[in-house]
Design a binder for this molecule. Structure first.
Ligand SMILES: Cc1cc2nc3c(=O)[nH]c(=O)nc-3n(C[C@H](O)[C@H](O)[C@H](O)COP(=O)(O)OP(=O)(O)OC[C@H]3O[C@@H](n4cnc5c(N)ncnc54)[C@H](O)[C@@H]3O)c2cc1C
Length: 652
């Protein structure tokens, strides 16, 4: 994107974003500098950053998610250069019952399950990020500084309690123990009617479609359940050619059977073997220029476009074109769903979004594990509770959580079949340390594990490498008010050709002392999603390309595109990016969702032979947790895998 409009876009205004450009403090924005102590500040004294007064990563803005400083050494380990420059490890002389690698929901749940069975156990949890929670990350915004201003919350990753399959007894049991009752919370906390009169929209950008144009209300029900948009007039005046408009409207309303002569089962089988894009082109026979309108509609859930998502999944999500096929409700064996349509029946109302997403689950687990860190006692009060990070790694605490520590090795002390201990090596502040444990759970990302445990069997290492995590970005932008959304009558906008393919207002929730901004005049956070990929390649290759894109893109490029996009989409409603943007947080996840098998590209393995089943086998005193171990990117699977790993080790 050209820099010529930088001044107009407000690239050089002082807001709370570039203050932590790429993780390094370079200036002071609207929030007092003391509110946002640098996350990475080791080496200045013996005190670790997390132990210093004021350390509070949720309030950091700028580049978050996989933030600078959290991953570079992992890449050196991958490239085989790490140990050449690493100094001699220092032995901490610490010895634990269990060391958990990874402080996401899976790692925290593993520690919880272990303590439930062994209440006296001493546990160390290590995570490479400056905050705990893994993908379940909390973003705080403070209007006018933390001391006096108002706090706005948003999720930096894991958004909601949901799953395409019902929560298992174990996962549900943990939620019950933590006091989380999704249906009750939804009934009590969801604010209904706040966005009354607002609808979804599609923004066509001039670079892709020839002219900037907002399709308000969407062309005849492009979003499932959208009853306000059955009018056909909203495509009038768009830059789309008449034949493209005609095909879209036909697709959206048709009752034609595009797979005549087949039974419902045969049709479903066929639809799992064809992409939605091919279904549109070859069965519905739409004009190829229709495809770009729908291309990114699968991005949020799958991280790739309709060229790489099978048509049956799109049927399950309520995409158009299937009405006349009269498919029987219910899943197919090659689908990840158990629901007949969308997630509806699988979730059994088991769905709720905390204002900071599932970071609340991570924080509740930390409260259980290290009570001194997180005062209070209810699900409602934790939302506004400030975690005291200096309590997380106390010598006398039975559970310790050590941040900004990237684990670089986990090795049995002796033969894995008979060893009594595992030595774990981690890097912190440029120095390698070791600690020991009787057992180790690797609740980190699968592809990292072969580098930590070179002693694993080759077949297992190969299997661990199979999945390629989905790269994605959740950008959160604090704006002065949401008046432009109100004026345009919009709540969310998909923009298939733009840098972020989705933007919109969050689900409004009041919980405890946290109150979602009620008035359109109040500051609010806009959520945006970006999922870089490369249509036409296999899903795993698309993720590799997307990851490289994310890792090579500086914050400045994100910021310029954010400003441009918000300005163009919301500008007609009076939004001025130079004036109205107050803070930006880019949650970059080059290794995001766990890879889920995609039978457009992956083979169907015999039972017990899928990569994930081989990958998660225990090895001596080491077991493997994390949602990667289930090939399913959900909180319940992260919990289930933690439980399995704990059980495996406790039966050794
Ligand atoms: C943007 C985004 C949105 C999502 N939204 C949802 C949602 O709405 N609902 C849902 O159910 N799921 C969602 N997910 C899926 C999410 O991944 C899971 O729900 C769950 O949070 C995964 O937990 P985990 O502990 O298995 O993995 P993670 O959260 O990834 O935690 C693993 C941790 O291990 C760390 N680690 C890796 N290697 C090392 C090492 N060598 N040393 C130390 N630490 C290491 C990682 O950095 C990470 O912090 C989302 C994911 C993303 C990325």
């Amino acid at each position: 994107m050209s820099k010529s409009r930088d001044r107009e876009l407000g690239m050089f205004r002082s807001i709370t974003r570039r203050d932590f450009l790429n993780g390094v403090a370079i200036g002071v924005g609207a929030v007092a500098a003391t509110d946002l102590l640098p996350a990475v500040a080791w080496g200045e004294s013996d005190l670790a950053a997390q132990d210093k007064p004021g350390y509070y990563p949720p309030a950091l803005t700028g580049m978050r998610g996989s933030h600078p400083g959290s991953f570079e050494d992992a890449h050196k380990l991958r490239d085989g250069t790490f140990w050449k420059s690493a100094g001699k490890p220092s032995d901490t002389a610490e010895s634990y019952d269990l060391i958990v690698v990874g402080g996401g929901i899976s790692g925290l749940a593993a520690a919880h399950f272990w303590r439930a069975k062994r209440p006296d156990a001493r546990i160390l949890i290590l995570d490479n990020h400056d905050d705990f929670g893994g993908h379940a990350k909390r973003n705080e915004f403070h209007t006018g500084g933390r001391a006096s201003g108002r706090m706005l919350l948003c999720n930096g990753g894991t958004w909601a309690i949901e799953s395409p399959v019902p929560y298992s007894k174990v996962a549900r049991g943990l939620m019950d123990e933590l006091g989380i009752k999704p249906a009750d919370l939804a009934a009590k906390c969801n604010i209904r009617g706040l966005y009354k009169g607002l609808t979804d929209g599609i923004f066509l950008d001039k670079e892709t479609f020839g002219a900037d144009f907002l399709i308000k209300g969407t062309p005849s029900g492009m979003f499932p359940g959208d009853t306000e948009s059955q009018s056909t007039s909203n495509l009038d005046g768009s830059p789309l050619a008449p034949e493209v408009r005609k095909d879209i409207l036909h697709l959206e309303s048709t009752s034609e059977d595009f797979l005549p002569g087949l039974t419902s089962d045969e049709k479903k089988d066929r639809l799992t073997r064809v992409s939605y894009k091919d279904f549109l082109l070859k069965n519905v026979k739409v004009d190829p220029r229709v495809v770009p309108i729908y291309q990114t509609r699968t991005h949020s859930l799958f991280g790739v476009g309709i060229d790489a998502v099978n048509a049956l999944d799109c049927w399950a999500l309520g995409f158009p074109g299937f009405k006349g096929l009269k498919l029987a409700p219910g899943p197919h064996k090659r689908m990840g769903y158990t629901a007949p349509l969308g997630f509806a029946s699988a979730r059994e109302d088991y769905e709720f979004h905390f204002p900071d997403g599932n970071a609340t689950i991570a924080r509740l687990l930390v409260r259980r594990l290290i009570p001194a860190s997180t005062p209070g006692g209810t699900v409602a009060d934790i939302v506004t509770t400030r975690v005291d990070y200096s309590q997380l790694d106390k010598k006398d605490s039975p559970v310790r959580l050590r941040l900004s520590c990237i684990v670089v090795g986990a090795k049995h002390l002796g033969d894995p079949s008979s060893a009594k201990e595992v030595q774990v090596a981690y890097l912190r502040g440029g120095k390698v340390y070791t600690a020991r444990a009787k057992s180790t759970i690797l609740a980190c990302w699968n592809m990292m594990i072969p580098y930590l445990c070179p002693e694993l069997p080759d077949k297992q290492k190969e299997a661990l490498h199979y999945g390629v995590k989905v790269p994605l970005v959740y950008t959160n932008v604090q704006i002065k008010n949401r008046k432009a959304f109100e004026k345009l009558g919009l709540r969310s906008v998909s923009s298939p050709g733009m840098y972020h393919s989705q933007l919109g207002l969050d689900v409004p929730v009041d919980i405890g002392d946290y109150h979602f901004p009620r008035s359109p005049e109040e500051p609010v956070v806009v959520r945006m999603e970006r999922t870089p990929c490369m249509p036409g390649m296999s899903e795993r290759d698309q993720h590799r390309v997307g990851r490289a894109d994310l890792l090579s893109t500086p914050f400045e490029t994100f910021e310029r595109n954010i400003r441009d996009q918000l300005g163009r989409v919301l500008g007609p409603g009076g939004f001025d990016p130079a004036r109205d943007i107050e803070a930006i947080t880019v949650n970059r996840w080059p290794h995001g969702y766990a890879y889920e098998y995609n039978y457009l590209f992956d083979p169907e393995w015999p039972a017990g032979q899928s990569p994930v089943e081989i990958a998660r086998k225990p090895f001596g005193r080491i077991a493997i947790a994390n949602s990667d171990a289930a090939a399913a990117a959900y909180t319940d699977t992260a919990i289930d895998q933690a439980y399995r790993a704990v059980e495996e080790l406790l039966t050794v």
